[in-house]
Write a protein that binds this ligand. Sequence first.
Ligand SMILES: *[C@@H]1O[C@H](CO)[C@@H](O)[C@H](O)[C@H]1NC(C)=O
Ligand SMILES: *[C@@H]1O[C@H](CO)[C@@H](O)[C@H](O)[C@H]1NC(C)=O
Ligand SMILES: *[C@@H]1O[C@H](CO)[C@@H](O)[C@H](O)[C@H]1NC(C)=O
Ligand SMILES: *[C@@H]1O[C@H](CO)[C@@H](O)[C@H](O)[C@H]1NC(C)=O
Length: 391
Amino acid sequence: MLALAVAATLALASSALAETTITAAPSPSQVAKAKRAETSPQPLTDYSYSYGQQPYQVNPYNVGRGPQSGYNICNSTTSGSDAQCQTLVANNASDFCLWGSPTTDATGTIGDIEAAVVAYCTTDKWGARVLPEGAITGLQVMHTSEYIQWTGHINMTALNLVADDTGGELDPHGADQLGNPLGGIVFSTGLPSAVGGDNSTMQQVISWNNFVGSGVFCMKFCGPISSPNYCENRFDLIGCEYNMPAAYEDGVFNECDGDLQDVVGTYTGTDGKTSTWSQPESLAADSTLPWTPRVPSSSNCRTYSSADLFPASLLGYQTSSGAASTTSSASSMSTGSAASSRSGSSSKGASATGDSSAAAQKTSGSTSGAAHVVVSGGVLAFAGALVAALV
Ligand SMILES: *[C@@H]1O[C@H](CO)[C@@H](O)[C@H](O)[C@H]1NC(C)=O
Ligand SMILES: *[C@@H]1O[C@H](CO)[C@@H](O)[C@H](O)[C@H]1NC(C)=O
Ligand SMILES: *[C@@H]1O[C@H](CO)[C@@H](O)[C@H](O)[C@H]1NC(C)=O
Ligand SMILES: *[C@@H]1O[C@H](CO)[C@@H](O)[C@H](O)[C@H]1NC(C)=O
């Protein structure tokens, strides 16, 4: 039996050998391309996989900021409070992950650790970390014809981020196009039907962004070619309120169908004229932006309780019994302030070859005033909400 198998293998090998001799030799440029692929990464958005077919690491290359810190094959063995899973899955209101700190204590800011963030999920089924009960205190999932979006309020400590981190943007680009996190890939069943989403088939999401900071998060997934682009990665200084205008109600959990947002930076002034705004290199503490974002209307909202969406039974290994919801005016005031450290795609200062943490520090330092811009927008929004409540 064994001898036979060996003979069969040899026969196969020699026929394969015979075949290669008649195959045209690769051209010098093909050889050069293959050599490059062995030693250095392509832009992160060039890698596409079916869910389950992704490699252990999308970016194992010891080049520039690489290799990536974690891994892309995540399963029941990797799930736990120290998981380094860099494959993020987000499907609907009860089943999603957000990027958070790779550390096991809440000592970092997004600006410090953006290259190395890992997935924190509402269930243990994705082989990642699991958000503790009560971590998400408000949530809205919005299904639109061009994107799906998650917005809400979160206890920053649950993502192992310092509570007063004003945040930053994570996306698959960065100055070197290798992504934040490096090698981080995203899958969803929830993309719009126009790009093949059907709420059951897992698709890789190539165009996405996620902000987290000051107790607020937002995350948006677009189809591969969205024109206009609702998932722009250029507005990393102006936070959730401008990048993903939504209700941001703390203590409310719902999933809706919604109209489309304005493309970020495009707005209609009081004179009725449409203008576009480009993000400058930095924003001074007292800057005000020339517009207030329009929150698109929503319909068909299904409202849940925190316990409906995140029952302890789904939390797997981690079942702390915290309060399910903490509504406070203080967290409403921080609406939209998730982003002030310059990170992600437009990290002008982030060097493709330099040390990532030094680059992150340098860039977040250079724009430390931006929080105030966004916070003042948030205060205005809060004041508006108060007036509405009084009438
Ligand atoms: C589980 O994930 C780990 C880490 O990525 C990997 O080494 C291992 O092969 C995986 N196990 C299975 C059964 O896929
Ligand atoms: C989310 O999808 C899962 C299946 O992937 C389903 O079990 C769950 O009920 C859905 N949650 C909501 C809120 O629709
Ligand atoms: C956030 O979570 C931490 C750890 O679970 C907890 O100690 C803290 O009280 C929470 N903060 C708020 C505002 O709920
Ligand atoms: C997926 O389900 C949600 C409701 O949970 C719905 O609003 C949305 O339109 C569905 N998407 C597709 C592509 O069917």
